[in-house]
Design a binder for this molecule. Structure first.
Ligand code: GUN
Ligand code: ZN
Length: 485
């Protein structure tokens, strides 16, 4: 028996570029989303136009609530589950040293790691994040807990052991030898990745190769991991890492990478060109299942190379504000043709809820100024007012695209798997009253856009009443059980 979810539906239909999102915005104020028993979308449209063949389906009436595609968070850190708002006394590298490496080391304790995994999946469900690319722990037992929990709850997840083969003393518990790093990655892929095509078509979880960033590994680690990646690439294994996040002059991450590797660009280190002078030393990690986090300080050549290889960017505005990293230049990056999806970077970011990341995204780009020294854009005013459909796209369909799952999820096109969330304004008075009381322009398109803008920008987690993956409503575990109370 199919189920029809009735409510105010929004999604970005088809497969547009971000610049085409407004033309692809589908809105059904009294809408119907018909989902079959396998969790596949049979129909989406106006309730009054529901075809006769679906009239007999069970109806779940989400009266007064919004039905949106499930949120996709393309960059977050599992071992930082309790790190949000850690005071590091500095920017990225100080924060890693003082707060993050010691915190992540705590997952060496299996009981701590088990509780962290339960909490992680609970947080995703509570935030309506139906799919995420998750930087993993250095400890394989912690990764096992995470995958087990994701599998038993039925949530989508791509993750991989966070690899570090070099680093400061504070990271000593996280650092492994190159041989061990390769062994961990291989074991994780063999254990948790759907290696054959048929299993992959139905699977919700996958594995990624995850060197923490170029400063946490060496050219020989990158060469060894590149061999592993190349071996499994065609089986749909992912790659993710950080790129050009923090560029504080002289001591920032970007300059340090270039100085240590003596390469022309940071991206070269992930593109097999990690030897001095950007000579080729191994296999490239770039491709349609590769996601680079941040990309705040990229050269035009790096953006062009990401576009060419269909590598996506996880844009993490909340984290970039927190760590003083600047912001990814929206216009330049879009003009270069790179797919941009949203990421929390939790615990660099302190926000789990994708609409709040989209809220920050809007604010940083309407205030955007080009960082000094990036040519050929000498003018510093890069301000733009992102369209609400572009925001919705960035938090949903762009994420599915970044994870190479656009054929299966990301919007409500017929035949896709039904990942969606319910946002109910009656659960938050200010949201409810604003949406009722706000000025509604006479022009229907302006009214539509203004309303969707408010739906996204004002949304808070407390209004989220349902998270569905493949048509199934996900539950959180009891918080008492999870904290051992
Ligand atoms: N670069 C290397 N590691 C990290 C991390 O844990 N968080 C962020 N934001 N950047 C990183
Ligand atoms: Zn990160």
């Amino acid at each position: 028996m199919a189920t029809t979810h009735r409510g105010h539906i929004y999604h970005i239909a088809g497969a547009p570029l971000v610049t085409q999102a407004a033309e692809h915005l589908a809105v059904f104020p009294d809408g119907a989303l018909v989902v079959d028993d396998e969790g596949i979308i049979q129909w989406c449209g106006d309730w009054t136009a529901l075809p006769e063949e679906h009239a007999g389906a069970d109806v779940v009436d989400h009266h007064g609530a919004f039905i949106l595609p499930g949120f996709v968070d393309t960059h977050m850190h599992f071992p930082q589950v309790w790190c949000g708002d850690s005071y590091g006394g500095g920017q990225l590298l100080e924060w890693l040293d003082y707060c993050i490496f010691p915190s992540e080391s705590k997952l060496e304790d299996p009981e701590y790691a088990r509780i962290a995994a339960v909490e992680w999946i609970d947080r995703m469900v509570t935030a309506g994040t139906t799919n995420a690319l998750v930087f993993g722990s250095a400890f394989p037992h912690a990764q096992d807990f995470l995958f087990e929990e994701a599998r038993s709850r039925g949530i989508r997840l791509v993750s991989g052991t966070g690899i570090q083969t070099v680093g400061p003393d504070s990271a000593s518990r996280l650092i492994v030898s190159e041989a061990t790093a390769v062994e961990h990655v291989r074991n994780e892929i063999e254990k948790w990745h759907p290696l054959d095509a048929e299993t992959r078509r139905h699977s919700l979880q996958s594995v990624s190769v995850v060197p923490r960033f170029s400063l946490a590994v060496t050219p020989t680690t990158l060469a060894a991991l590149g061999e592993v990646y190349d071996h499994y690439r065609d089986a749909g294994v992912y790659f993710t890492s950080h790129l050009n996040e923090n560029a504080r002059t002289g001591t920032g991450e970007t300059d340090t990478v270039k100085a240590q590797y003596q390469v022309n660009s940071y991206l070269d280190t992930y593109d097999g060109k990690f030897l001095p002078g950007s000579q080729v030393g191994g296999k490239s990690f770039l491709g349609p299942r590769s996601v680079m986090a941040h990309a705040v300080h990229c050269l035009d050549s790096e953006l062009a190379r990401m576009a060419e290889t269909r590598t996506s960017i996880a844009h993490c505005p909340v984290s970039q504000l927190f760590l003083g990293s600047g912001t990814m230049p929206w216009k330049r990056t879009v003009a270069a043709g790179v797919n941009i999806a949203i990421g929390s970077d939790f615990g660099g970011g302190d926000e789990w809820f994708v609409p709040q990341m989209l809220n920050a995204c809007f604010k940083v780009h309407i205030s955007e100024r080009t960082p000094v020294g990036i040519d050929p854009y000498p003018t510093d005013d890069q301000s733009l007012s992102l369209h609400p459909a572009e925001l919705l796209f960035t938090g949903t369909l762009a994420g599915a695209r970044a994870l190479d799952l656009e054929d299966r999820t990301g919007n409500f096109d017929v035949g896709k798997e039904a990942d969606f969330v319910i946002l109910d304004p009656s659960h938050w008075d200010m949201y409810d009253k604003t949406l009722r009381g706000m000025h509604k322009p006479d022009d229907p398109i302006r009214a539509r856009d203004a309303y969707l803008f408010a739906v996204i920008m004002l949304a808070r987690e407390k209004a989220l009443t349902g998270t569905y993956v493949r048509g199934r409503k996900l539950e959180t575990s009891s918080s008492a059980e999870r904290m051992g109370a």
